[in-house]
Design a protein around this ligand. Structure first.
Ligand SMILES: Cc1cc2nc3c(=O)[nH]c(=O)nc-3n(C[C@H](O)[C@H](O)[C@H](O)COP(=O)(O)O)c2cc1C
Length: 333
């Protein structure tokens, strides 16, 4: 079975895909590639590296996403990531936030494909793990594929063989980062065409993918599919991906079994001083679409705030909800 295969990926999301969320996702899928939140080179070079880069060994395969544009700093940070044990370094060329653009990284780099290529070359020279790029299909109202093709052509020559493409333009002018995730129209055909025009490169499609039917459809045209918000809001959606896309055997785990496997981690983290809510905020969607889902969310939110709450609290709530959701009845995804 593959060590790092981008067939299914869980998108990098600030404030969401931290180490606790990734640990939890890994209990659901063994093989999907997990991404960190974007970490800027400035934070990494000047901040607490141990805190920023720390992850659990069970999270493999896990990719570190970097935000930056200075090739020397990007190469240094890629090396730090490799030294910490990450399986891949990903460059953020998709974030449309004005603060990020002011720092000259994220989506605005689609205006500077040479800068990305320079980063890719320096980073590939610095590490042995893959260096990948996550980008948008274009900028502002320009619906041509010119910038995307320039970027992919140059970064491809510089050593990047995997591109994750959010199938929307980023409108740097006039939309907030949140609006930029929904307002610019999805144009999947542009990503499918990119794969046809660069068949030698691995192209992973992202944006608005809601279920496994969507994933199957895209995999006729692209090498992989990346899910963001839906995977976060409804993590059990990924329960079948190991068997369907990675050839794994075995029965899918029930939600209750996943929770049972999470509890020792919860206990360890609490012993280290991590508040229960820092973990439980990522598991609120576990019962999404099931009877008891609302009670689960409410009780986990309330229970996590109680002083001294820990794994036992979670176990109690789970058994209450499980009484309403016989394990044999799994939601079909
Ligand atoms: C809360 C949130 C935070 C995000 N943070 C990042 C990030 O740090 N790096 C990045 O490349 N994309 C980030 N994104 C964009 C996602 O990776 C993804 O491209 C986008 O949500 C579209 O995929 P989806 O429709 O499956 O959610 C973020 C999205 C959300 C909703």
């Amino acid at each position: 079975m593959p060590g790092l295969s981008h067939r299914i990926c869980v998108a990098p999301m600030m404030e969401c895909t931290d180490r606790h969320q990734r640990y939890f996702m890994r209990l659901i899928t063994r093989y999907a590639v997990l991404y960190t939140e974007m970490i800027t080179v400035a934070a990494l070079l000047n901040g607490d590296r141990g805190r920023l880069l720390r992850f659990d060994r069970s999270e493999h395969p896990v990719a570190l996403q970097l935000g930056g544009s200075d090739h020397v700093n990007m190469a240094s940070c890629a090396r730090l990531g490799e030294d910490f044990g990450y399986d891949e370094i990903n460059i953020n060329v998709g974030c449309p936030s004005p603060r990020v653009s002011a720092g000259r990284f994220g989506a605005c780099l689609l205006y500077e494909p040479e800068t990305i290529a320079e980063c890719v070359a320096a980073m590939c020279g610095a590490v042995d793990i893959p260096v990948t790029v996550k980008t948008r299909i274009g900028l502002d109202r320009d619906e041509s594929a010119t910038r995307l093709y320039e970027l992919v052509g140059l970064a491809g020559q510089a050593g990047c063989t995997t591109f994750i493409v959010h199938a929307r333009n980023a409108w740097l002018d006039g939309l907030s980062p949140k609006q930029n995730r929904d307002v610019p129209p999805l144009r999947y055909e542009a990503v499918h065409a990119l794969k046809r025009d660069f068949p030698q490169l691995e192209i992973v499609i992202n944006g608005g993918i809601r279920d496994m039917r969507d994933v199957r459809g895209h995999l006729h045209h692209c090498d992989g599919a990346m899910l963001g918000r839906e995977a976060y809001a409804n993590p059990y959606l990924l329960i079948d991906v190991d068997r369907e896309f990675y050839g794994a055997d075995g029965e899918p785990q029930t939600r209750a079994a996943i929770l049972r496997r999470l509890l020792p981690y919860v206990e360890r983290q609490i012993a280290e001083g991590v508040p229960l809510s820092a973990i439980t905020r990522h598991i609120l969607g576990l019962y999404r679409g099931r009877p008891g889902a609302r009670v689960w969310r409410r009780k986990v939110c309330e229970g996590s705030r109680v002083p001294g709450a820990g794994a036992a609290t979670l176990r109690e709530i789970a058994s209450l909800v499980e009484e309403w959701t016989p394990p044999a009845r799994r939601v079909s995804v």
